[in-house]
Ligand binder design. Structure first.
Ligand code: 13P
Ligand code: SF4
Length: 330
């Protein structure tokens, strides 16, 4: 074992013999070790296919809170692993590649956010789940894109609120709840990339297409939408819609499940501004591979650790979110 190399790289670097059937071996390891694989819709299709559960950020947190497994392999990004670890501190939580970060979480450094909160002591702090544990520790309630509107609505209209870190989601929630929450100026580099012009062009080509947009996208893209919603809401809408064509403005990994559930419908990924790159794929999410997943299960590494004092504070706003969501039937 070259553990030093793993530590530097952030994942198990051991090469795997070509004869190993990864799908079979991964499932075998899960059974032997009582491990569960939770995958986000932005993971590579083959990882979604082998996972025990595939869902959006809210669903991942809900499953992590209630699983009976000894090991949770979170095929997603670091903050998702942290949330799982905070909710299930006695379990081993693995993210196959520790480099799977998040530009949105990075746009909100904990020390700067804590200062901002201190400057506004009369404000309730609502944070998107795409934040580090340290940001959650200075938060009153966490939200995801599935429950943000309902949770904001649960506060009186005159409540002073700080909303962070996503300015696009914050602006969208302000507009649909008629509020003026104070916003942190953060964003996701993937969702900010979509091009208005290219979506308008696609709409000319497919005039009957519905445009489905994630609220992390810029306001100009949200304005074009027939539906604005989380990945789970986008999927649900596509399943029940009578339309045949859909232009999808979120990370393109969601198209895998959309095509599985609706094989006769046509899903077109919204193009990014710069079409020379696959900017509608999250480079962090795509760091997880079948090989890294297999190795992480085999060696039970890399594990997510959260400082105990931070975890003790961060669990409160996460549990608050889960409680409100349960009451709302989300
Ligand atoms: P949801 O899972 O809430 O749709 O959020 C998408 C996202 O960007 C996760 O990083
Ligand atoms: Fe973060 Fe954006 Fe990637 Fe989601 S898609 S993990 S918000 S960088």
């Amino acid at each position: 074992m070259k553990k030093e190399e793993w530590l530097i790289k952030g994942y198990v670097t051991e090469s795997i013999d070509k004869s190993v059937d990864l799908k079979t071996e991964i499932r075998k390891l899960c059974k032997e070790k009582n491990a569960v694989i939770l995958a986000h819709y932005y993971q590579k299709g083959e990882i979604q296919d082998i996972a025990d559960c595939v869902g959006d950020s809210l669903a991942l947190a809900q499953w992590a809170a209630k699983t009976q497994a000894d090991i949770i392999v979170l095929c997603g990004v670091h903050f998702m692993g942290e949330t799982a670890k905070i909710l299930s501190p006695d379990k081993k939580v693995i993210v196959p590649d520790l480099n799977a970060g998040c530009s949105l979480a990075d746009s909100c450094p904990a020390d700067k956010f804590a200062e901002f909160v201190k400057e506004h002591p009369d404000h309730t702090v609502i944070s998107y789940v795409n934040t580090t544990a340290a940001v959650k520790a200075v938060t009153d309630v966490v939200v995801t894109s599935t429950n943000a509107k309902q949770i904001v609505d649960s506060f009186p209209k005159d409540e002073k609120i700080i909303f962070g870190p996503d300015r696009n989601l914050g602006n969208y929630i302000n507009s649909i709840t008629n509020r003026n929450m104070l916003l942190w100026d953060g964003a996701c580099h993937v969702h900010e990339q979509f091009s208005v012009e290219k979506i308008v062009e696609l709409k000319k080509e497919y005039p009957d297409a519905e445009i489905l947009v994630h609220p992390e996208c810029k306001g100009a893209i949200v304005k074009l939408a027939d539906l604005v919603g989380s990945t789970a809401a986008i999927l649900k809408h596509a399943v029940k819609s009578e339309k045949k064509n859909f232009i999808v403005a979120t990370e393109s990994g969601i198209l895998h499940e959309m095509r599985k559930q609706c094989p006769n419908k046509n899903f077109i990924p919204a193009p990014p501004e710069d079409s020379t790159c696959a900017c509608n794929e999250c480079n962090f999410m795509r760091l997880n591979t079948m090989e890294k997943l297999y190795n992480s299960l085999k060696y039970e590494w890399p594990v997510i650790e959260v400082d105990e004092a931070i975890s003790k504070e961060a669990v409160k706003p996460i549990k608050k979110m889960l409680d409100i969501s349960a009451k709302l039937g989300l």
